[in-house]
Design a protein around this ligand. Sequence first.
Ligand code: FES
Length: 80
Amino acid sequence: MKVTVCIGSACHVKGAAKIVDELQYLIAQKNCGDKVELAGAFCMGKCQTGVSVTVDDTYHSLKPEDTKTFFEEQVAKKLK
Ligand code: FES
């Protein structure tokens, strides 16, 4: 599974770096770094929403405070 966080300037301003930090932490905590690849991307063309994050090819718009829920629902639950 590949989780990509937009680190373009608009998303950076909305807390992309915090989301990356938290995802790194959650991945380490769940010990699933071998199953989840965390990547960065520049502008995904949706700057007017929250921070753009994709899980494989599915788009999500995230606030930093939603990272944990997002991780549980969209990442952890889908791991085998
Ligand atoms: S900077 Fe993230 S979608 Fe544009």
